[in-house]
Design a protein. Structure first.
Length: 295
């Protein structure tokens, strides 16, 4: 009976959220949704499942799933102008594809990798491409989504993220890569010194990093604009102990990027000499800036 009551409630919320353009989680807001989920879980009610059934019952698209089905997987071929970065990333792919070749030599797969560099240079794309090339599952989260005004909610979300990743790896029998974007939001030294919620969230992340250390099915990638600003506890051996720098594109990289994106436009014909003149004027632009320039 409780399950049907929840289903009816979710159907009502679906109508309201569909008309307003928000998901059920958005209607309740993330904090209240998680509280409802935890409370109803005591009675054996799966709120996520009921929410899904509510959308299906009314013939509405399930938020997120339609987009996932239509999104083309990102591979290394889609990453242009980051040749030096790909050399380091491909080492991790080789670890994941052929672990026996490395374990027999006593080597271990890196468990935490930091992608460091200015915003707009493809750190998220690199993480997705790594997961696709290695044949791994991919779990994405932003560090800012962990933190709320209620103390303890951030730690709960970190635990849920790692639990989902472990369950997914167990279900599919493939490793799972967790990518935490903008980890500065919880890992910055200055931010964690005076806020209990930030400190608890960071401590939970550190515990999870230590807890799966011997689990070969989980690898964590994180993006940061400046690794020096992060808490030293995050960067110690056994956690995020490998840093891959993703710099601003140099002259050769800008040339490759512009040629790649201009080549996708059938109405544009440009010679290499003309492109070189454009490249000279784009010094200091990020990869995202170059894409906007092409548009």
């Amino acid at each position: 009976m409780k399950k049907y009551i929840v289903l009816v409630c979710c159907m009502v919320l679906t109508n309201l959220s569909y008309l307003s353009g928000f998901s059920i989680a958005g209607t309740l807001d993330n904090v209240n949704y998680q509280l409802w989920k935890a409370s109803l879980g005591v009675f054996g009610v799966d709120l996520d499942k009921a929410r899904r059934e509510a959308y299906v019952a009314q013939g509405l698209p399930i938020p997120g799933e339609e987009q996932k089905q239509q999104t083309k997987p990102i591979t290394f071929d889609d990453l242009v102008g980051v040749d030096e970065v790909l050399v380091e990333v491909k080492e991790v792919v080789n670890f994941l594809k052929h672990p026996e070749e490395f374990t027999k030599l006593g080597a271990t797969v890196p468990r935490g990798i930091l992608l460091e560099g200015p915003p707009g240079n493809g750190k998220t794309m690199i993480a997705r491409a790594l997961a696709n090339e290695a044949g791994c599952n991919f779990e994405y989260a932003t560090a800012s989504s962990f933190v709320e005004k209620y103390v303890g909610m951030g730690a709960l979300r970190v635990r849920d993220l790692f639990k989902r990743a472990k369950d997914l790896a167990k279900k599919t029998k493939k490793p799972t890569i967790i990518f935490i974007d903008e980890i500065d939001a919880i890992g910055s030294v200055n931010r964690n010194s005076s806020n209990d919620e930030y400190r608890q969230t960071l401590n939970e992340l550190l515990c999870q990093l230590d807890g799966f250390n011997k689990d070969s099915d989980i690898i964590v990638l994180a993006a940061t604009n400046l690794a020096k600003s992060l808490d030293d506890a995050l960067k110690r051996s056994g956690r995020f102990d490998r840093i891959v720098k993703v710099p601003m594109p140099g002259r050769d990289s800008r040339f490759k990027l512009l040629k790649h994106y201009l080549g996708k436009l059938p109405a544009v014909v440009i010679t290499d000499q003309e492109l070189e003149e454009i490249v000279k004027m784009t010094d200091g632009l990020s990869s995202a800036d170059l894409v906007s320039l092409v548009n």
